[in-house]
Design a binder for this molecule. Structure first.
Ligand code: ADP
Length: 665
C-alpha cells in the first residue's frame, strides 16, 4: 500500500519537478532530504567526470522511472542540482550523502567553496585510505562541502560489484552535524543492549575463574557470540575492526557475521553441560552433538560462498538462515522434551528459550508491518533469556555446593564411624587377650591340684571309685592340656619337634589305640594306607593330638553300628609330594550353615542330635592350628545325615634325624 502511494507520489508530483530540472533547495525547515525526486541518471560505462559533465550538457541525463531494475556490474551516473539556503549558521558547510549499503563503489564530484572540482569516495569495496570520512564505514557515507548560499551540481558515480544485491537509487542528504547526531543516537540505542551482553560475558568469565566449571566457558562462548554479533549489526565494532584488521578491504567485515555460529554452538554446548544432557536425555544429547558438529561444515560453506560470490551477502546468508531455522525448530522440539523431564533446572532454560522465541516472533511481526523494523523486541527477549540462564547458573551453583557439602559431611561421618569401629575392634582384642590370659592362668592352676587328686585316687581301695576318678581326671587333664596348647599355638609359643620315621606305622599304632572305644559302640574303625610305609619328618606329639581329636570326634558322633575309615595316601603336587589323610565317618554330618565355623574356637553345632555329646568346641580349633603349624591344611565336607569327611595334608620332608620306632598298640 505504502509502496503504491509512493510510486503515485513520484509519478504525479515528482515527475513534473524533474522535467523542469528544478534544483533541490536546502532550507532550515528540514534536516534530511531524499534526493530521489531530484536525480537525473545516465547509465554508461567508463565515463570520466569531464565526459559525464559533457553528457549533461548534451542532455543525455534523464530521470529513471521508478521500478526500473538497477543492475550490478554497471556504472550509474547521477546528477543533482543543490541550492543551499541555510542562512543562519556557518556550520552547514559540511554535508553528508548517505547511499544505500549495497553500492560497492561510490564517487561524488562537487565544486568546493573555492570553486575547484573535488572527488570523494565511499563504497563497501573502497579502502579506508581512499575515504575522507572514516566513520560508519559500512554505511556508504560521503562528506562534501557546500557553503551558504552556494548553488552546486553534484555528479555521482555508483557501481555495485555484487551479484545478488540489487542496489537502490535512494540517497539521503543531511548537514554533517545532523547526520552525526543521528548516528550517535542510533548507536546509543544499541549500546545499552550490547553493553549489557558484554557485562554478562565478563561476569561469566569471572565465574569461570571462580569455579573452573566448563559450563561457564560455554556460556561465555555464547555471550561473546551474541555480543559480537550485536555490535556487528549495529555499533562501532565494524568501524573499529575494519580499521584494525583490513582497512584495504572493508568488505571482509562480512566474515564477522560468522560469529553467529559461535553463539549457536556456544548455546548448545552450554545447554548440554548445564543440564548434564548425557544423563538427563541421552537421545537429545546425540542430536545436540550432531547439531554442534554440523555447524562446522556450514560455517566453512558460508565463508566459501561469501568469497565465491564477492561478498554478496544474500547467497551465503541462505546457509546461515537454514541453520538458524533448523536451530529454531530444534529448540522448540527440545523445549517439549525438556518440559517433560520436570527437572527444576530446566525451568530456567525453558523460561529463557520462551523469552527469546517471543522476542523473535515480535520482531518478525514488526518486520512484516514495516521494513524499517526495530530489533528492540529481540533484544529484550535476549536480555530476559540471559537473565534466566544466569539465574539458572546460580541455582545450579547452589545445588553443586550443597552436594559438595553433603559429600564432605558424608565423608567425615564415615571416617568417624571407621574410627569408632577401629577403636571397638582394638578394645575387643584387648578384652580377648585379657580373657585368654586369665583363662590360661586359671587352667594352668588346675593342673597341679588335678595331679594331686589323681595321685591320691590311687590310694582309694574301691576300684570302681578309683576308676571313675581316674577317668574323669584324665579327661579333665586332657582338656586342660588342649586349652594350654591352643593358647600356646595362638601366641606363637608352640614349637615343632620333628623326627624322621615311618608315619604309616605310627598312624596304624594310633588308630589301634581307638579300637576298644570303637568296639564299645560296635563301630567298624579301619585304617587304609595306600602305601605300606612312608618315611618322613613329623612331630609325634602333634600328630597324635590331631589324630586323637579327629578319631575321637568321629567315634563320639557316629551312632552305634556305624563305620569310620581312616585313609592315607601320597599325593603328587607341584612342589613335590604330600601326605593326604582322610577321616570319614557315618555319623549325622554337619549342617552346611555350620561348616564354615567348625574350626573356630569354642564353636559347637547347635544340633539336638549332637549337642548332648558334651565337648567344648576346642578340639577342631586345636587340630587346625596344629596342622597349619606343621605346614599343612585341613578341610571338611559333610552332608547332613550322610556323615562327615575331614581331609588334611601334611608336607613330606626328610631332613630330620631317624627315629628308632617302637610304637606298639
Ligand atoms: P567338641 O569338643 O565339641 O567336639 P570340636 O572342636 O572337636 O569340639 O568340634 C566342634 C563341633 O564340630 C562339635 O561340637 C560337633 O558339633 C562338630 N563335629 C566335629 N566332628 C564331627 C563329626 N565327625 N561329625 C559330626 N559333627 C562333628
Amino acid at each position: 500500500m505504502i509502496r503504491y502511494t509512493k510510486t503515485f507520489l513520484i509519478l504525479f508530483l515528482g515527475l513534473p519537478v524533474m522535467l523542469l530540472g528544478k534544483s533541490l533547495v536546502l532550507t532550515t525547515e528540514k534536516t534530511t532530504y531524499e534526493l530521489g525526486g531530484y536525480l537525473e541518471t545516465l547509465r554508461e560505462e567508463g565515463l570520466t567526470i569531464t565526459e559525464a559533465r559533457q553528457a549533461a550538457i548534451d542532455g543525455r541525463f534523464a530521470s529513471v522511472p521508478t521500478g526500473t531494475p538497477i543492475l550490478p556490474f554497471q556504472d550509474y551516473w547521477l546528477r543533482v542540482d543543490l541550492d543551499n539556503q541555510y542562512t543562519y549558521t556557518e556550520g552547514h558547510i559540511e554535508w553528508m550523502l548517505q547511499f544505500s549499503r549495497t553500492w560497492s563503489q561510490v564517487e561524488v564530484y562537487f565544486e568546493d567553496i573555492d570553486g575547484t572540482l573535488k572527488a570523494r569516495k565511499s563504497g563497501l569495496f573502497t579502502p579506508v585510505s581512499d575515504r575522507i570520512f572514516k566513520l560508519a564505514l559500512r554505511e556508504n557515507v560521503v562528506k562534501f562541502n557546500l557553503a551558504e548560499k552556494q548553488q552546486s551540481t553534484l555528479y555521482i558515480r555508483l557501481r555495485s560489484d555484487r551479484v545478488d544485491v540489487p542496489p537502490t537509487l535512494s540517497v539521503q542528504l543531511s548537514p554533517a552535524e545532523e547526520f552525526l547526531k543521528q548516528l550517535k543516537r542510533k548507536r546509543q540505542q544499541n549500546s545499552f543492549f550490547v553493553g549489557f551482553v558484554w557485562m554478562m560475558t565478563l561476569l561469566s568469565i569471572l565465574f569461570f575463574f571462580q569455579s573452573w566449571s566448563k559450563v561457564y566457558v560455554f556460556y561465555s562462548m555464547y555471550l561473546i557470540g551474541v555480543s559480537t554479533y550485536a555490535s556487528y549489526v549495529e555499533g562501532d565494532l565494524p568501524d573499529y575492526l575494519i580499521n584494525l584488521l583490513f582497512p584495504e578491504h572493508p568488505q571482509y567485515i562480512f566474515f564477522v557475521k560468522l560469529i553467529v555460529y559461535l553463539a549457536m554452538v556456544g548455546y548448545l554446548l552450554f545447554l548440554r553441560s548445564f543440564l548434564n544432557l548425557k544423563e538427563m536425555l541421552p537421545r537429545w544429547d546425540k542430536i545436540f552433538n550432531f547439531t554442534i558438529w554440523m555447524s562446522l561444515p556450514l560455517l566453512l560453506l558460508d565463508a566459501f560462498l561469501m568469497m565465491q560470490y564477492n561478498f554478496s551477502s544474500i547467497i551465503p546468508d541462505r546457509v546461515t538462515l537454514s541453520y538458524g531455522i533448523y536451530f529454531a525448530i530444534f529448540n522448540l522440539l527440545f523445549l517439549r522434551s525438556l518440559y517433560l523431564t520436570k527437572d527444576p533446572r530446566t525451568y530456567f532454560i525453558i523460561a529463557g528459550i520462551c523469552a527469546m522465541s517471543a522476542g523473535i516472533i515480535l520482531m518478525v511481526i514488526a518486520r512484516l508491518q514495516s521494513p524499517e523494523f526495530s530489533v528492540a523486541h529481540l533484544e529484550l527477549g535476549i536480555i530476559i533469556e540471559i537473565l534466566a540462564f544466569t539465574l539458572g547458573l546460580a541455582y545450579r551453583q547452589r545445588l553443586t555446593e550443597r552436594e559438595r557439602f553433603k559429600a564432605h559431611y558424608e565423608l567425615e561421618k564415615s571416617q568417624f564411624i571407621q574410627q569408632q569401629k577401629q577403636a571397638e575392634a582394638q578394645r575387643l582384642r584387648e578384652v580377648d587377650e585379657l580373657k585368654n590370659r586369665l583363662y590360661t592362668n586359671i587352667t594352668h592352676e588346675f593342673r597341679t591340684p588335678l595331679t594331686v587328686i589323681m595321685g591320691m585316687a590311687n590310694e582309694i581301695d574301691d576300684e570302681r571309685v578309683k576308676k571313675l576318678i581316674n577317668r574323669n581326671s584324665e579327661n579333665l587333664l586332657r582338656l586342660i592340656n588342649q586349652i594350654l596348647d591352643l593358647s600356646k599355638l595362638e601366641s606363637g609359643k608352640m614349637n615343632l619337634h620333628l623326627v624322621q620315621g615311618d608315619i604309616i606305622a605310627y598312624l596304624q599304632y594310633l588308630t589301634e589305640s581307638f579300637l576298644s572305644a570303637a568296639e564299645a559302640k560296635q563301630i567298624r574303625l579301619s585304617f587304609y594306607p595306600e602305601v605300606p610305609t612312608l618315611m618322613m619328618d613329623f612331630d609325634e606329639e602333634k600328630v597324635q593330638l590331631i589324630v586323637y581329636n579327629l578319631l575321637s570326634n568321629a567315634i563320639k558322633f557316629t551312632p552305634n553300628g556305624g563305620k569310620i575309615i581312616f585313609h592315607a595316601r601320597i599325593q603328587e603336587i607341584k612342589e613335590g609330594q604330600q601326605l593326604q589323610l582322610k577321616v570319614q565317618d557315618s555319623g549325622p554330618g554337619i549342617p552346611p550353615a555350620d561348616l564354615p565355623f567348625i574350626f573356630d574356637r569354642f564353636y559347637q553345632v547347635d544340633n539336638p542330635m549332637v549337642a548332648n555329646q558334651g565337648g567344648t568346641g576346642i578340639g577342631l580349633a586345636l587340630t587346625k592350628q596344629l596342622i597349619e603349624l606343621m605346614g599343612g591344611e585341613i578341610a571338611v565336607s559333610s552332608e547332613e545325615g550322610q556323615g562327615s569327611l575331614f581331609t588334611f595334608f601334611l608336607p613330606i620332608t626328610n631332613n630330620e634325624m631317624k627315629l628308632e620306632e617302637d610304637w606298639k598298640p
